[in-house]
Design a protein around this ligand. Structure first.
Ligand code: BGC
Length: 458
């Protein structure tokens, strides 16, 4: 008998992307300035990116061919409000055309209102580091939701406030390149407050909309599981990176010591209709007194792990499917199951596509297992439909189901794309899919729900 892992009916299948990474021609945000300062590691510039501003529809057609029923994309605030208080109706019209195109293909648009980029005028006023600037974000959100609400009712207010704050304000790896822990937590606090206020603004306009935000979840495991020091520092990193933001968003308060330094987030409780989960990888952590800036935990990729492409070892090293199950379980438990969950991003940088098919299958098996155990996961959005401009890495790493040959805009579907199409069509994973795309992985995939493999630590 053929084995299969089927998903609940109405499950959302699709991909996720962001405006800066796909649209091209964005020259009015802080990432453009970062590029001009030569901060992209490959020395490249985003330029035309994947050319979505001109021709997103040709890629939407590929999503339709894969029978995706959802697609997450973001709006570029700096196009819509190029200068403070000035609104560009042509930009809104272009987004209207994209959303209308998706809908006529029976693809539900999921729209992110902020995905890392800020208009230059907003950045120059201090961005989210200034609590007074939250009102600008809420005004922009109100404006676009008014303009697009007949075409979209599924919103992600802010993508990954934890990455934006930590990479931009603590590690200095993203603009504005600050290295100031206290500033980073202030930015995080203000972004969560901005989410809450945007949530209520949208709720007022569209009572039936789905409104949430997504966080990036990264696993930190002790290098030596029985070492109390390794466990302690791994836990510290886990708490700080993964759970401080979720806890603050749920309760309005950060855990100590930060709650003594930060104003509480007002009206936080209940301000979301779902939890958005972005998951990519895990790192091992070893106690090391010489790295106070890393909370005394040196991070590294587990030796012997199956890896993403080299180049981002620290951040996108191991391909670790069980991590997705662990994250889903942990979010569910920590939020006491108060809202449904969506995997709003999960992906792999694999240029030649020799690990991605199996990785997708194994991660989906973990989602299936979570659903089987009663966790209400309602959708899976793969990062990403097409290769796109990967922030500091430029075209150096490739996350697309479909390859983009940069600068000439050629599309070359990878085997993962046809496999993903088959999964969406079947609303699940069949044995025949596994045999053809990941031979040898049958037991790992269909065994994921067997009791023998239930011993994943959570
Ligand atoms: C971000 C994406 C990014 C992806 C892969 C996520 O943290 O939301 O914009 O491309 O990771 O690096």
């Amino acid at each position: 008998m053929q084995r299969g892992l089927y998903f609940p009916s109405g499950f959302l299948w699709g991909t996720a992307s962001s405006a800066y990474q796909c649209e091209g021609g964005n020259t009015n945000n802080q990432w453009y300035r970062w590029e001009q300062q030569g901060r992209i590691l490959t020395g490249e510039q985003c330029g035309d990116a994947a050319n979505w501003w001109q021709a997103a529809e040709t890629d939407f057609e590929l999503a339709e061919q894969m029978e995706n029923n959802a697609l997450r994309l973001s709006l570029e605030w700096s196009r819509i409000e190029p200068a403070e208080g000035q609104w560009d109706s042509a930009a809104i019209d272009r987004y209207r055309a994209m959303l209308a195109d998706l809908r006529q293909r029976h693809i539900t648009p999921i729209v992110t209102l902020h995905h890392f980029t800020d208009p230059l005028w907003f950045a120059d006023r201090g961005g989210f580091a200034q609590v007074a600037n939250i009102r600008y974000f809420v005004r922009y959100v109100t404006r676009v939701v008014q303009a697009l609400q007949d075409l979209c009712d599924f919103w992600v207010t802010i993508n990954e406030p934890n990455i934006y704050a930590i990479l931009g304000y603590q590690l200095g790896a993203y603009p504005p390149g600050e290295a100031n822990l206290l500033l980073a937590v202030r930015v995080l606090r203000n972004m969560i407050q901005a989410h809450v206020e945007a949530f209520y603004a949208i709720r007022g306009l569209q009572p039936g909309a789905q409104i949430g935000y997504c966080l990036h979840y990264h696993l930190f495991d002790a290098a030596i599981p029985f070492s109390p020091l390794d466990r302690g520092v791994a836990r510290l990193q886990d708490t700080y990176f993964n759970w401080a933001a979720l806890h603050a968003a749920e309760t309005g308060r950060f855990t100590l010591p930060f709650n003594m330094l930060l104003a509480p987030i007002t009206r936080a409780s209940g301000a979301r209709d779902y939890h958005g989960i972005n998951y990519y990888t895990r790192e091992m952590v070893r106690f090391d007194p010489t790295v106070p800036a890393e909370l005394f935990g040196r991070r590294f990729t587990r030796r012997g792990a199956i890896l993403n492409d080299p180049g981002k070892e620290n951040f996108f090293g191991e391909i670790y499917p069980a991590g997705l199950y662990r994250v889903l379980k942990a979010v569910y438990r920590r939020t006491r199951g108060n809202k449904p969950l969506y995997v709003t991003e999960n992906g792999f940088s694999d240029t030649v596509d020799d690990r991605r098919p199996r990785a997708i299958l194994e991660h989906l098996a973990m989602v299936h297992r979570a659903i089987d155990e009663g966790i209400p996961v309602r959708g899976y959005l793969h990062w990403s439909l097409v290769d796109n401009f990967e922030w500091n890495e430029g075209w150096g790493v490739r996350f697309g189901l479909i390859e983009v040959v940069p600068y000439i805009q050629q599309r070359v579907p990878r085997p993962s794309a046809s496999m993903f199409g088959e999964i969406c069509r079947a609303n699940g994973i069949t044995e025949s899919i596994v045999e053809r795309y990941a031979p040898g992985a049958e037991d790992a995939i269909f065994g994921a729900t067997d009791t023998a493999q239930r011993r994943i630590p959570v």
